[in-house]
Design a protein around this ligand. Structure first.
Ligand code: SIN
Length: 557
């Protein structure tokens, strides 16, 4: 019998932590690397929650099918339907696993079989309340804590190795196959350097929020995994789709969860007028891309936008908001805002990358030995715009699926496209890459330019040209400027800036290539057709550009 494959997991958000736990429990030799501490991840800060439909968490009339349809509708139907079914259909098993690991989702009693009856929240573009939460608005922290505790337990049993403050500067390639990573160790320069070998490397480093001047993401969101994959020759897909969260309070900055709008809060423009009902039939609970764009325009036209939850407090009784959203209420108070008493100024901000390293249903990328999961990957589940609270779910389902593939002996090859097992309905379908296909390569050069860059200069470009509204002229100027800049990949900070520059070039090229407005990618020179969200027949999707280091990969889909 051959020994189970060894796995190097890079990143300690939900996808990386969960994959490490599952792989270690299955007897794989696992090492988990993270560039800061285990708790330093986007997951830790997730407020809203985890969307899932299952026996202990289904609102009246809600079904997995409804969750699938909402995900497709929010994603402007660019999603891979089979990947979406695997995501939504596979959700509940992972909720139960998390609960067993100690994640205490808020519940209001017990079902007849004595399992908890979870409280369900509503967020934008969901037709039913189906968002599980913990601690009211501290869902990510509760999940991360339970997974970190599981990792530490496995570490103490000698079944998992954990290296914090370990930054991956490059992947080791042997005859086109990834066989490990070169690591800078320690929090400060000079870093010790070492090489770690493994049968497969799983990249789960989160997204690219720090590409933008205004973001909900923590400082570590510098796209490291996607840039590593790119340098190794992997295909990046759907790079143009960057989601902006509607409600960042610029002081702080601090994101206020969409769940606040789910409880009934509204958006007012600078004149105090509610504007969303005129924009979309679902008003403040329209898909996030629609709300973010409307906020962008209202701010441009009236100078400000406010989130107004005062009527919620009046109708639900004094103290409701503080009980329902304890962490948000406390943080806003520190910033001088009282959500219950007065509207709070908000703005749209970069939040989530639907694009990423093209990965199939087992997380396999186009490079042998290289896996990707969570926000780092593009599996086709989110389409052109992610449905709220589907990202923690994706981290679970696809972090787990990557290990499934590895255990089955298929997981370190290149993507071939099979939906994660575990969901009967999904199991009969093909996978993301099977659905969308990959084709030939033409030239996108991301070699560093001569001019030295810094983060402020980069933000000057991305914050306008790659924002919620884009246009050819600005994109062309941005692409040229980005091509001229270079950052020596020296030390961790140098690598992070170089990673952002590389991915900035990829996003700009993808945004230029998509001469259409779809979901989160909005070209003012290619306006949307009227009310595309109203009809499930919105299927006029043009071919999806995909990119590889050597260039644009045209697809046949
Ligand atoms: C939020 O709580 O508004 C963010 C949830 C998400 O991005 O899915």
């Amino acid at each position: 019998m051959t020994a189970p494959a060894s796995l190097l997991v890079v990143g300690s958000g939900i996808a990386g932590l969960y994959a490490a736990v599952v792989a270690a429990e299955r007897g794989h030799e696992v090492r988990l690397l993270t560039k800061d501490l285990l708790a330093d991840s986007n997951t830790w800060y997730a407020q809203g929650g985890l969307s899932a439909v299952g026996p202990g968490g289904a609102a009246a009339g809600d079904t997995v099918d409804a969750h699938v349809e909402d995900t497709l509708r929010a994603g402007a139907r660019l999603n891979d339907p089979r990947a979406v079914r695997a995501l939504c259909g596979g959700a509940w098993a992972h909720v139960e696993r998390l609960a067993a690991l100690g994640a205490a989702f808020d519940a209001d009693g017990r079902l007849p079989d004595r399992s908890p009856a979870f409280l369900l929240g509503l967020e934008g573009a969901h037709t039913h309340p189906r968002i599980l939460r913990a601690g009211g608005d501290a869902t990510g922290r509760a999940i991360a804590r339970s997974l970190i505790a599981a990792c530490r337990r496995l570490e103490s049993e000698g079944r998992l190795a954990i290296d914090e403050e370990s930054f991956v500067e490059s992947l080791v390639l042997d005859a086109g196959r990834v066989t490990g990573a070169r690591v800078l160790a320690g929090s400060r320069a000079p870093h010790a350097r070492r090489t770690v070998g493994a049968d497969a490397v799983l990249l789960a480093t989160g997204g690219i929020g720090r590409l933008y001047p205004s973001t909900t993401n923590p400082a570590g969101a510098t796209g490291d995994g996607a840039a590593l994959a790119w340098e190794a020759g992997a295909v990046i897909a759907d790079a143009e789709f960057v989601q902006f969260h509607p409600t960042l309070v610029p002081e702080g900055p601090f994101m206020v969860s969409e769940a606040v709008r789910g409880e009934g809060a509204v958006l007012l423009d600078g004149h105090g007028v509610r504007f969303m009902p005129a924009v979309h039939p679902d008003a403040e609970l329209a898909p996030r891309d629609v709300v973010a764009r409307a906020i962008h325009r209202a701010r441009a036209e009236t100078g400000a936008v406010y989130l107004d939850a005062t009527a919620v407090e009046r109708s639900r009784g004094a103290g409701f908001l503080a009980r329902r959203f304890p962490a948000i209420t406390a943080r806003l108070a520190e910033l001088g805002h009282d959500l219950a008493a007065r509207p709070v100024p908000v703005a749209e901000a970069a939040h989530y990358w639907m694009g990423g390293v093209a990965a199939d249903a087992f997380g396999r990328t186009t490079v042998p030995g290289l896996l990707a999961a969570g926000e780092t990957a593009c599996t086709g589940v989110h389409g052109a715009n992610r449905l709220a609270s589907n990202s923690l779910l994706e981290g679970l389902v696809y972090g787990w699926a990557a290990v499934q593939g590895l255990s089955a002996g298929t997981g370190s090859g290149t993507g071939s496209g099979t939906v994660p097992p575990g969901d009967e309905e999904a199991g009969e379908a093909g996978g993301p890459t099977a659905a969308h296909g990959l084709a030939s390569v033409t030239g996108l050069d991301t070699a560093p330019g001569e001019q030295p860059a810094d983060l402020a200069a980069l933000h000057g470009v991305t914050g306008s040209a790659l924002a919620v509204e884009r246009e050819a002229g600005q994109l062309e100027v941005a692409a040229k400027q980005l091509a001229q800049w270079g950052a020596p990949p020296v030390g961790r900070a140098g690598h992070e800036l170089a990673n952002l520059l590389t991915l900035g070039r990829v996003v700009a090229a993808a945004a230029l290539a998509r001469t259409d407005s779809l979901g989160a990618h909005h070209r003012t020179d290619f306006p949307l057709p009227p009310a595309p969200w109203a009809s499930p027949a919105h299927d006029h999707i043009p071919a999806r550009p995909r990119f590889a280091r050597r260039g644009l990969v045209k697809t046949g889909s």
